[in-house]
Design a protein around this ligand. Structure first.
Ligand code: EPZ
Length: 417
């Protein structure tokens, strides 16, 4: 297993380019089930989760070819309706194949994903929506077994804003009979992106990016050539890397408008952010100011940036309160940040972070994807050496992060444990 060794204290400077979005690529790949033929997706990041999605698609019958960041998916023959536990437990987004398989084959058997390091993460709202669209669903032996001759349009009101649930039902509704209305839909940029891809395939979708999405089912969809949007969480992570090292970093291929909530908070913390010709320059102040954060569905502060922001607050001037409102167990990074000498107390879903003068490098262990990123950020700011082990989590969601950080002047290397 690999680990990262970081010698902290280097001020980051230079240019870095953001890769394609992981959380958009996964549903985009899965949406190709709906449109038989050869699809070509560009700007796909090299990640473990992408490989898992490719495996899922291959077991369903798709033929996949990759060349650099371009992936060709041939979904002419989708002849298997089952996604097994082995695949779904590796990456829970695999459950999104359920609706598209139902739409294409009239049946699907998909493993329930089970719990996750950051929370229980049930898929009850996905299933309730598919049932409202006429699917017959049974849970047996840990699998969801679903059948529907043809899904039909329905009005669905989500109890909770769910990103995956919204993407899933949007895909299922694209070829359903009649109109589907998704109310209290999630508004994340990845949902807009999936809606755009479906529209390029010929789907009729209005309102993606608002809380009400209307989909008028069409009888068939056609293959697409599409370029994936930049990864907003990777971009945000680089912004904090610059902020925490007092750096001066220029970030290319990012969409500033996707990160408003983070940008406002970083500016409150004293970070200078400017945009010229689509290159975003982030300058860290000599001393970070403390700020409070509450995670919310988009356009609120993203839960996927909470751990990284907490790393930044560990070295801020003053005390900040960080509340996690999306997942019930997304503070796994706290006990590791304490190993750097951070001062953090958790009470319920809030963490009170008292800034310390300096973090001190330590051996730490990554527990999930964004937690891993927060430990790297802490290591960049800390004295001496930090070793982050179990970085396979990181490889799920950040393309060559150590190479990109090294390109900015960080002293960071990947070594075999
Ligand atoms: C997506 O997960 C992202 N994953 C997550 O990214 C992200 O943290 C999350 O959205 C929130 O923004 C992908 O896009 C692949 P949800 P998702 O359904 O869709 C509850 C990362 O680090 N809920 O919006 O699974 C759920 O338990 C990750 O890249 C139900 O109760 O998240 C959670 O509390 C991790 N029932 C809340 O809703 C349901 O049926 C939001 O979850 C569905 C969700």
């Amino acid at each position: 297993m690999d680990k990262l060794v970081i010698k902290g204290g280097k001020r980051l400077a230079g240019d870095v380019t953001v890769s394609g979005s992981k959380n958009a690529s996964l549903p985009i790949f899965i949406s190709t089930i709906l449109a038989p033929g050869i699809h070509e997706i560009h700007n796909v990041p090299f990640l473990r989760d992408i490989n898992t999605t490719i495996k899922v698609m291959e077991t369903l019958g798709a033929k996949i070819e990759g060349n650099g960041n371009v992936v060709k998916l041939d979904t002419t023959h989708i002849d298997n309706h089952e996604a097994t536990y082995d695949l779904v437990k590796t990456m829970r987004a695999s459950v999104l194949v359920l609706g598209p398989l139902l739409a294409r084959l009239g049946k699907a058997r998909v493993s329930l994903p089970g719990g996750c390091a950051i929370g229980a993460r049930p898929i009850n709202l996905h299933l309730k929506g598919l049932e409202a669209m006429g699917a017959e669903i049974h849970l047996t032996h840990g699998y969801v077994e679903a059948r529907a001759r043809r899904l039909r349009g329905a009005r669905i009101n989500f109890d909770i804003s769910t990103v995956g649930g919204t993407e899933h039902l949007m895909m299922a509704a694209a070829t359903a009979k009649g109109e589907t209305v998704l109310e209290n839909a999630a508004r994340e940029p990845e949902i807009v992106e999936v809606a755009e891809v479906l529209a390029e395939m010929g789907a009729k979708i209005e309102g993606a990016g608002t809380d009400t999405i209307r989909i008028t089912g069409v009888s068939e969809l056609r293959p697409v050539v599409h370029t994936v949007m930049p990864d907003r969480i990777e971009a945000g992570t680089f912004m904090i890397a610059s902020a925490i090292t007092g750096g001066d970093v220029k970030i290319r291929n990012m969409r500033l408008e996707h990160l408003d909530a983070l940008i406002f908070k970083l500016q409150d913390a004293g970070v200078e952010i400017s945009n010229k010709d689509n290159v975003v320059r982030v300058k860290g102040p000599r001393k970070i100011k403390s700020i409070n954060i509450k995670t919310r569905p988009y356009p609120g502060f993203p839960t996927d940036m909470q751990a990284q922001m907490m790393a930044l607050m560990t070295v801020a001037d003053g005390t900040s309160v960080i509340s996690e409102n999306i997942f019930e167990n997304r503070f796994m990074h706290v006990s590791e940040l304490l190993r750097f000498g951070a001062d953090i107390i958790i009470e319920g879903n809030s963490a009170t972070v008292k800034g310390v003068k300096k973090l001190s490098g330590a051996p730490v262990m990554a527990t999930d994807l964004r937690a891993s990123a927060s430990l790297i950020l802490a290591g960049l700011a800390a004295d001496n050496t930090t070793e982050v082990s179990r970085i396979y989590h990181l490889d799920r969601g950040y393309e060559s992060i150590e190479k990109k950080l090294a390109g900015l002047g960080a002293d960071i290397t990947r070594v075999k444990e």
